[in-house]
Ligand binder design. Structure first.
Ligand SMILES: Nc1ncnc2c1ncn2[C@@H]1O[C@H](COP(=O)(O)OP(=O)(O)OP(=O)(O)O)[C@@H](O)[C@H]1O
Ligand SMILES: [Mg+2]
Length: 249
């Protein structure tokens, strides 16, 4: 069952085309890793998926929510975009936690304000999510009292708090010290094993080999090639993929 369907997403900044017609279907529980050189449009693509950046053109379906954009975004589309965004968990490179809220309060925020959940219920759900990401003993810590890896795990718990249809990650470990990368990737891997649908931009090739069902190589705003990790990493078909892979070794 396809849970995400994307057709012909295009985006231009000024006169530079950044996304030149991206198509992507993702099956329920599939883990898709996107790789590609700096400036190839990976972040812009993730941002366009949730309309953090409005595409110039493109059809996007996430679960039951469909938006078709061609030029201006209408009022009805804006409503649909809001609904779609509630069901999409986004994890950024910089954790973006509220600094004046504890871990628990950060995770409770969405359910309280977006779902209007009673505080006790939101608190309990947030507590379970923090336990799930291994932070049961850090609930009352503020972001500044947590390591980068712990902050990112809070951010993952927060992204999970609205029971997302799909989780999107934009280089979730690239701001972390090397020794903290593993704990974050481990949490993402556990979510994969539970059947969470995920699209992950990362340069962590070992992780991609281990966890991805599919690897997509993007360059110059297009998908150059895609396939199973062993296929893309060990037998790349395109010159650009080969060049990228040899540059990262
Ligand atoms: N808001 C913006 N305004 C103008 N240009 C932008 C904007 N956002 C991105 N770009 C440009 O679009 C291109 C693609 O950027 P994007 O951030 O999507 O690349 P990326 O593949 O995520 O790169 P990286 O690996 O460095 O994160 C770049 O040339 C970038 O400068
Ligand atoms: Mg990026």
């Amino acid at each position: 069952m396809k849970i995400v369907e994307v057709k012909n997403v295009r985006k231009q900044f000024g006169s530079s085309p950044v996304l030149c017609g991206i198509d992507l279907d993702v099956e329920k529980s599939e883990v898709v890793v996107i790789m590609g050189p700096s400036g190839s449009g990976k972040s812009t693509f993730l941002r366009c998926l949730t309309n953090l950046e409005t595409p110039d053109e493109g059809d996007i379906r996430i679960g039951p929510h469909v938006i078709r954009i061609n030029g201006r975004v209408t009022r009805e589309q804006k409503k649909e975009i809001r609904e779609m965004r509630k069901k999409t968990g986004f994890v950024f490179q910089s954790f973006n936690l509220f600094p004046h809220k504890t871990a628990l309060e950060n995770v409770m925020e969405g359910p309280l304000t977006i779902r209007n959940l009673p505080a006790a219920e939101a608190r309990e759900a947030a507590g379970s999510l923090l336990e799930k990401v291994g932070l049961g003993d850090r609930k009352d810590h503020y972001p500044a009292q947590l390591s980068g890896g712990q902050q990112q795990r809070v951010a993952i718990a927060r992204a999970l708090s609205l029971d997302p249809t799909v989780m999107l990650y934009d280089e979730p470990t690239s701001a972390l010290d090397p020794e903290l990368v593993r704990e974050v990737l481990q949490v993402i891997k556990e979510l994969a094993l539970e059947g969470m649908t995920m699209i992950i931009v990362t340069h962590e090739m070992g992780f991609a080999k281990d966890v991805a069902d599919r690897v997509i190589f993007m360059d110059g705003g297009v998908i150059v090639e895609q396939g199973k990790p062993e296929q893309v990493f060990d037998h790349p078909q395109h010159e650009r993929t080969k060049r990228f892979l040899s540059s990262t070794k």
